[in-house]
Design a binder for this molecule. Structure first.
Ligand code: MG
Length: 465
């Protein structure tokens, strides 16, 4: 006679035999992306800055991998962030902007389109806990908020810190090193609600850090994705009491040193919670230093120009990857890599799939990070707004157009189209000083063929600004 207890016993034995199998399937790694705003290639100790002290980022580089040739996909905030989160050139998503409006403003009714897949959306499909803490700048209407783009929670400013002016006070030069908080009325959001206005700009780095470390502690039992796009060192600059006046570089240095402290807090929390060996942390910046802000802006080190420009200083960024025991300590890579590649890398690590119905512009960085293969990236496209200005292939970069990041009234501040593109060997001449086009017609012709191929398949998205 069949009895229920026997069946139950068999079922229990069967499930019991599966348990070790389930435990053997490795939990996918946690992923943290820390993004500075307007930090230059030359602003960190480990990238050669002589007076800004960044011991935590230097240690992160010493324990992980430092990139020498890491690029973002745009020269300013909004399009660069759209590209990082979607792995698609901003021109494809409608997030490229134009010369008259280069980022989203309060009057913009657009944002990151709802049908775009972000890193957070992709990782949600693998049951990751997801949080965005910091500056969003991808749309302020409900359908464009972080919580509509795959993030379980959001805490931060939707805009840059200079974008909510307080009446006529905002006309004051924002590069002032003694800016007054009353010139702005920044709104601090939690999820889709404003919780403070004006919020204290000098406390943002501290508060983002507290939120981030709390999120890590709260979610240590399941895989998580933390996107931490800091408000600084975008001007106006404010540091908390503990950091104000601590850097020989002045207020800009104070602000960068507070960001460095923040990175140290994140890594220390991972160590304390025993999560370090199962977490990839990636640090970079959204665009180059804002040079016209003088001492309130950063440094591109040996690179030419800065924010707003398609010269190297505008789009080549400091970048550090950290994952103890997985990424070899102290590595420096000159492989070509981009923020466009982060979504492919994250999806591969999590076992998530990416959409197949659209052009993706990234590659998986795993071969570079884990030292088991070559970079799959050979090309980088440099867009300014919706126009292609330059292309890098291998060691060479051709400029079809050039312009300063922020053209002023000087004679040299003009846009120039180059009938014969300018050509530089970025390995031999990272400062782009010596045009070698006349000696390398074959290289130029090859790059022109890549441009034709790129243009043939390009479908621009609906402009969102
Ligand atoms: Mg920026």
């Amino acid at each position: 006679m069949k009895s229920r207890p026997n069946l139950l016993f068999i079922l229990c034995c069967f499930l019991g035999s599966l348990l070790p199998l389930a435990q053997a399937v490795a939990r996918p790694p946690n992923i943290i992306i820390i993004l500075a705003d307007d930090l230059g290639y030359g602003d960190l100790g480990c990238y050669g800055h002589p007076s800004i002290r960044t011991p935590n980022l230097d240690r992160m580089a010493a324990e992980g991998m430092r990139f020498t040739d890491f690029y973002v996909a745009a020269t300013v905030c909004t399009p660069s962030r759209a590209a990082l989160l979607t792995g698609r050139l901003p021109i494809r998503t409608g997030m490229a902007g134009s010369e008259s409006r280069r980022v989203l403003y309060g009057v913009s009714t657009g944002g990151l389109p709802t049908n775009e897949v972000t890193i957070a959306t992709a990782l949600k499909s693998k049951n990751y806990a997801t949080a965005c803490i910091g500056k969003w700048h991808l749309g302020h209407l409900p359908q464009f908020l972080p919580t509509s783009h795959g993030f379980d929670s959001y805490f931060g400013l939707l805009w840059s810190n200079d974008m909510e002016p307080n009446g006529k006070n905002a006309k004051r030069a924002s590069q002032d090193l003694d800016a007054d908080q009353s010139w702005w009325k920044p709104s601090l959001y939690r999820n889709d609600k404003v919780i403070e206005q004006p919020t204290d700009l000098s406390l943002l780095t501290k508060r983002y850090t507290a939120e981030a470390t709390q999120f890590i502690r709260d979610h240590k039992k399941k895989p998580f994705f933390l996107y931490l796009p800091h408000t600084y060192p975008h001007m106006p600059l404010f540091a908390s009491k503990n950091f104000k006046g601590t850097s020989a570089r002045g207020l800009y240095g104070d602000v960068v040193q507070e960001l460095d402290w923040s990175v140290g807090q994140i890594l220390e929390t991972l160590r304390k919670e025993n999560l370090a060996e199962n977490t990839l942390v990636f640090f970079t910046s959204d665009n180059g230093p804002w040079l016209i802000k003088e001492l309130a802006g950063g440094s591109a080190g040996p690179l030419r120009e800065g924010k707003g420009s398609t010269w190297e200083g505008g789009m080549r960024e400091p970048a550090i990857a950290w994952w103890p025991k997985k990424i070899k300590a102290g590595g420096v890579t000159s492989a070509l890599a981009s923020s466009l590649d982060l979504i492919n890398t994250c999806a591969a690590l999590a076992g998530a799939t990416l959409p197949k119905d659209r052009t993706m512009d990234g590659v998986n960085l795993a071969p570079i990070l884990f030292g088991n293969g070559k970079s799959e990236r050979d090309l980088m496209f440099y867009y300014r707004g919706n126009e292609l200005f330059a292309v890098r292939k291998g060691d060479f970069k051709a400029h079809f157009q050039t312009a300063p990041g922020y053209p002023g009234n000087r004679a040299q501040d003009k846009f120039e189209k180059h009938e014969t593109p300018l050509l530089f060997n970025l390995v031999q001449d990272p400062g782009e000083r010596f045009n070698i086009a006349s000696a390398h017609a074959d290289v130029l012709a090859d790059i022109q063929r890549e441009v034709a191929k790129h243009r043939a398949n390009l479908v621009p998205g609906t402009p969102q600004y």
